[in-house]
Design a protein around this ligand. Structure first.
Ligand SMILES: [Fe+2]
Length: 279
């Protein structure tokens, strides 16, 4: 089976959020993540800086509108689009803020939208590293969603978390050598769960913790180490309540490795201590 990792590797590049208060949300990412406003279509705010970027549009249903993944070259993107021709839709103006013409979207069976493209410009190095790296969703139909992302799009299963009754609870999916750039867990609703920035080391995690502390934005989960992915982490929330994770030491996975299996227990979610098991 053709996989993204072995044919057209993708990295999470930017997010398109909806907010009832876009300016307040934009201020959070400008101030704490050192992003600057860049030109954007009317009705949207676009911010970029270092190895992260975000588009924010007005909308009552706050949360994630689009997760945008970057291909390494126009040739890779063309190959991906040819393989996904029946699913691909032109991206439109918001999709070409950060991506060159030729970007396209794909909707999954539950309506989530992924944008694929090639960045218009290279990125400057971060002052304090935090590369946008993965995003995670809750789904009411994990089997259908994972089947779509693996068999149609080409993601690879890195690890699964399996409940006592044998049901798969969580699935971590990779699109290049990093353990996961996308993950889903089975739940009672279809909802965006969080997004994550990968830093360069544990000391960065300390410095990000101090940065959030200065604006009294406390950690609600972590610090700790996840089982799947083996990454150090903590989580805070942005002004809209969107969960934001900072991570370090995320595992890299060879293309041929068989998926791992983890029990659905606290130690899997946080081997250092308290887990946060969503329902
Ligand atoms: Fe995460």
């Amino acid at each position: 089976m053709t996989t993204l990792q072995t044919s057209t590797p993708l990295r999470l590049h930017h997010l398109h959020l909806r907010s009832t208060a876009p300016d307040a949300l934009a201020s959070f990412y400008q101030d704490l993540f050192e992003l600057r406003r860049v030109p954007a279509p009317a009705g949207t705010v676009a911010l970029a800086g270092g190895e992260r970027a975000v588009v924010i549009g007005q909308g009552e249903d706050a949360g994630l509108a689009v997760a945008a993944y970057a291909a390494r070259s126009a040739q890779d993107l063309a190959a991906l689009r040819a393989r996904l021709a029946d699913l691909a839709r032109d991206a439109g103006p918001a999709g070409e803020i950060f991506f060159a013409p030729g970007a396209f979207t794909v909707a999954d069976p539950q309506g989530r939208v992924l944008l694929f493209g090639v960045p218009r410009a290279g990125r400057e190095p971060d002052r304090l590293s935090a590369r946008l790296q993965h995003t995670v969703f809750q789904t009411t139909d994990l089997a259908t969603v994972v089947d779509f992302y693996v068999r149609r799009i080409g993601f690879t299963v890195s690890d699964e978390v399996v409940a006592d009754d044998g049901a798969i609870a969580t699935c971590f999916l990779r699109s290049d050598d990093e353990h996961h750039s996308l993950a889903f867990f089975q739940g009672s609703q279809n909802a965006w769960d969080h997004h994550c920035y990968e830093t360069s080391c544990w000391n960065d995690i300390r410095d990000w913790g101090d940065r959030f502390a200065r604006v009294r934005r406390g950690i609600f989960f972590g610090p700790g180490r996840h089982g799947p992915g083996n990454n150090l982490f903590f989580m805070v929330t942005d002004p809209d309540g969107n969960r934001v994770e900072l991570s370090a030491e995320l595992e890299r996975v060879d293309a041929g490795r068989a998926p791992g299996v983890w029990p659905h227990e606290e130690y899997t979610l946080n081997s250092w201590g308290r887990g946060w098991i969503r329902t």
